[in-house]
Design a protein around this ligand. Structure first.
Ligand code: MIC
Ligand code: SF4
Length: 647
């Protein structure tokens, strides 16, 4: 036997050899896009000039950009709907739910591979699927039938023992893992769950854990497929897709993390990192201004039924506001039918749309200096839309207690844990998932003025000279720092020239104008610390800097998806060989990097970065780029490379 991850990856292996750290190409069965990354992904797919997708299943969901304050979002929705219809993609209409929740309920299948243009794609790992977040261009190539490339990961076995005590939840399991390994502890690894404790967790609970595994930097997370998986599929009337995937054995793993569920307690991630985890008890008594329940981490039917049961007969505190976004229309419809929705409304909750909403700063922002308690997965600086706010990440149970008592408190103060009856059947209504056209030729793509064409990509020159250090940032810079989202910026995702004006907005507002100035004289470079680019899969965090003339990013280390995105758009990702050189380099220094093409082609891993201003040299390396990645950079990005190589 081997680990589940290894079994599925080997079954899908189409290039390379399965050896830790070596690059492999895997066949992708399923793809998933959401609207904020999807428009770019489909523009790129269109550029490949294929007749239709070549996957078993491709799904496009609209869930991020649903505020529709002007024409931009609805225009994008129209574009996405027409593309889906033409190219053989299922289209989940706005209002149908959050992409990961909809995918889990209606599409995911054990043993299959999935890549999605969203970093929380691993949610489907709760179903025993290898589900990986990637840049939109990687998803576009997979839709065209091309392989998806990853470094063969280390497999970390997470052994679960015991069972969760009352008021301790799946969210606390993943917060405990984050407490132990932090926001970079999973880089280069797959977290695979096994042990007797897994039998105590339902599929949505498993999905909460695999979803937020993304915050450790892991490539993905996965659970076995067992009778519990089967009953979830049965509820969804998709039992025919069930296959058994037995759990691995201790010896199958490179490393083991052991967690005794029985000894866990409620945990909280404090501002501004999901890795900043402390016991809830440390915060008892702290006043709470706002509570938000939902997001792809905690919006399943199970979560919502518990929330409704806990709110039944209660009122929220006068000092706290509560917003709830059920994860899908299926969840919302059942809540309405079962009376749970009435319990929420009677308690004073504001019911928000079944969409990402406040999780990505699309409405329901906190007040100035507000304390906002959320069941989400990310609390990065500024992400809520209010820089002075403090965002705390918790389980739905802890969130309800905070809403009712107006402060952080032990959820046991809500009384005995409610006994919810989980339905044995629910109504399945897929009418908000549109099927593609039978004759693609009949479908015309609808393009509104918000859809700007893709930029030109030019090949990497041998020498890049006179590049200016435009910014120097510390460790753990997130994609929300590089390319923020929120109500003002997110609608610009289909319009590169416009969105580029917001790069590094919260960190350094003048960055775009300085970059454009430098672009005239050679271009710019970004200097970063460790784990640069953690978080989202948004390729705009690479594309927009590219548009502003960024030629290279030199860091102590990169987060996986962001580094792939840099490569995909022809930006050179470099790491310091000697991290102390990071201290020497200064903003505005002028750098030269010579012989890049030669070094890339000769498989050389080192390159000298010459600091003209300080007349000194730094050794940098290409962060172990594979031959394929080197070719992509030389070609000026993956789109050109893919078109040149016919996938
Ligand atoms: C996020 O949670 O940060 C997002 C918004 O879903 C992103 C995708 C995006 O930026 O569009 C992600 O997780 O990849
Ligand atoms: Fe949407 Fe938030 Fe999930 Fe990202 S993390 S997919 S913004 S709900």
């Amino acid at each position: 036997m081997t680990s589940i991850a290894e079994r599925i990856l080997k079954e899908h292996l189409i290039e390379g050899t399965y050896e830790k750290g070596k690059e492999i190409g895997i066949r992708i069965d399923h793809t998933l896009t959401q609207d904020a990354t999807g428009t770019m992904a489909y523009l790129q797919f269109e550029a490949m000039k294929l007749e239709k997708v070549r996957t078993e299943l491709s799904v496009s969901v609209v869930d991020h950009n649903t505020l529709q304050t002007d024409f931009k979002n609805p225009d994008d929705h129209r574009y996405l709907q027409s593309v889906a219809k033409k190219y053989g993609i299922k289209f989940s209409r706005p209002g149908n739910g959050i992409c990961h929740q909809v995918f889990l309920e209606r599409f995911s299948a054990p043993g299959k591979t999935l890549i999605g243009s969203d970093s929380h794609t691993p949610t489907a790992g709760g179903m025993g699927q290898i589900a990986i977040g990637a840049g939109g261009l990687d998803v576009a190539v997979a839709m065209g039938g091309g392989p998806f490339y990853i470094k063969t990961p280390k497999i970390i076995g997470v052994k679960l023992l015991g069972s969760l005590p009352s008021y301790v939840t799946a969210k606390d399991v993943i917060l405990e893992i984050l407490r132990r390994i932090g926001v970079k502890g999973g880089v280069g690894s797959i977290l695979e769950y096994f042990g007797p404790g897994i039998k105590t967790l339902s599929v949505p609970e498993r999905a909460t854990i695999t979803n937020m595994g993304a915050e450790t930097g892991a490539t993905t997370s996965i659970f076995p497929s067992d009778e519990i998986t089967r009953s979830f599929l049965k509820l969804q009337k998709r039992e025919d897709l069930w296959i058994e995937i037995p759990e691995g054995l201790e010896k199958d793993y490179d490393e083991i993390i052991e967690i005794n569920l029985s000894s866990l307690e409620p945990l909280v991630a404090k501002p501004h990192s999901p890795g900043n985890v402390v016991p809830l008890s440390e915060l008892y008594g702290k006043k709470v201004d706002q509570v938000a329940i939902g997001s792809c981490t905690n919006s399943s039917l199970k979560d919502m039924l518990i929330v409704a049961a806990l709110l039944k007969g209660r009122k929220i505190s006068n000092e706290t506001v509560l917003g709830i976004s059920p994860g899908s229309r299926q969840v919302l419809a059942y809540l309405a039918q079962s009376g749970g929705l009435t319990d929420m409304i009677s308690a004073g909750a504001r019911i928000l749309e079944s969409a990402c909403g406040p999780c990505i700063g699309m409405g329901f922002a906190p007040n100035s200096n507000g304390v906002s308690v959320r069941t989400f997965n990310r609390n990065f600086f500024g992400r809520s839309g209010v820089d002075s706010a403090e965002i705390y990440l918790v389980s739905p149970e802890v969130a309800v207690a905070a809403a009712v008592f107006g402060e952080f408190t032990d959820p046991k103060n809500l009384g005995d844990y409610p006994n919810i009856t989980f339905p044995s059947t629910i109504e399945i209504d897929d009418s908000m998932i549109l099927e593609p056209a039978s004759d693609p030729k009949e479908v015309e793509i609808i393009r509104g003025p918000n859809i700007a064409p893709l930029p030109d990509f030019s090949p990497m020159p041998d020498n890049i000279t006179n590049i200016r250090v435009l910014i120097k940032v510390e460790d753990d810079i997130t994609t929300d720092h590089i390319m923020p989202a929120g109500a003002e910026i997110l609608p610009l995702r289909s319009n590169l020239p416009e969105i580029s004006k917001y790069v590094f907005k919260q960190v350094d507002e003048d960055f775009p104008s300085r970059a454009l100035e430098a672009k005239e004289n050679g271009g710019g470079i970004i200097i970063g610390g460790d784990n640069y680019g953690q978080g989202s899969s948004r390729e705009h965090a690479a594309l927009a800097p590219m548009y502003l003339g960024i030629k290279a990013v030199l860091t102590k280390s990169f987060a996986r998806i962001h580094k792939d995105n840099l490569v995909n758009f022809g930006i050179l990702p470099l790491t310091f060989l000697n991290p102390r050189d990071f201290d020497q380099i200064k903003p505005n220094d002028i750098l030269n990097i010579m012989g890049i093409r030669r070094a890339l082609m000769s498989n050389n891993n080192k390159i000298i970065v010459h600091n003209v201003t300080q007349n000194s040299d730094y050794e940098a390396n290409f962060d172990f780029l594979s031959k394929r990645e080197r070719e992509i950079i030389i070609a000026g990005g993956k789109l050109t490379h893919t078109v040149q190589h016919n996938l």
